[in-house]
Design a protein around this ligand. Structure first.
Ligand code: GRF
Length: 197
């Protein structure tokens, strides 16, 4: 397989991008898969810098471009994405993008969906809600996306314990570690599995 035959993963990230970092690291020297670009809606997203460090193109867009033009679609098409990974991306993905890449856009969520998902359920809000509900376990969900927040077919759920004295930050750190461990492997599996006969 030559360099150009590699499958292209595109990351969408709005914030720190620690999951993006894991993907960039994991696929840096991968024989069949590469991270081809990182897209962000946030000019201050640290994720942009992480991409640049790996010499991966970092592209920024605003709300108007995302929802009212086909600029992002056109930019994406140039990379021929095999998979689009929403890794801490906070905007709802528009219909036209979903239609252009059916079953090729996945999201990672830091809780066991369908609980603790939906609009506003991100970052420490999720972990605070899990603790407030007295849950004994939490975890991650990696899922296909559709036109609603945090819906779509599950690909993987992994669990971790909630400990009695946990703060949202402590639980969040445990969940994030699980995300970092699982996300590259799921991406790799999705892109290397044999097509169904
Ligand atoms: C992760 O917890 C992810 O599940 C959620 O947003 C967070 C992003 O963290 N969707 P990071 O930017 O990858 O550090």
């Amino acid at each position: 397989m030559t360099q150009t035959d590699k499958k292209n993963v595109i990351i969408f990230a709005s914030g720190s991008g620690s999951n993006a970092q894991r993907l960039l690291e994991y696929f840096e020297h991968h024989p069949h898969i590469r991270v081809a670009a990182l897209f962000s809606n946030n000019p201050n997203a640290y994720a942009l810098k992480r991409a640049e460090t790996f010499h991966v193109p970092a592209l920024l867009f605003n709300r108007e471009e995302f929802y009212k033009s086909d600029r992002v679609l056109q930019q994406l098409a140039a990379f021929k994405p095999a998979l689009i990974v929403l890794a801490g991306f906070l905007w709802l993905v528009p219909q036209q993008l979903l239609q252009a890449y059916p079953n090729k856009i996945i999201n990672i969520h830091p809780a066991l969906l369908p609980k603790y998902g939906g609009k506003g359920m991100h970052g420490q809000h999720v972990h605070a809600a899990v603790l407030a509900a007295g849950e004994q376990e939490s975890g991650i969900t990696i899922h296909l996306i559709d036109e609603e927040y945090d819906k779509g077919e599950f690909i993987l759920q992994e669990r971790c314990p909630v400990l009695p004295q946990d703060t949202p930050e402590q639980l969040g750190a445990r969940v994030l570690e699980l995300e970092h461990r699982c996300l590259p492997l799921v991406v790799e599996q999705l892109l290397t599995r044999q097509p169904q006969a």
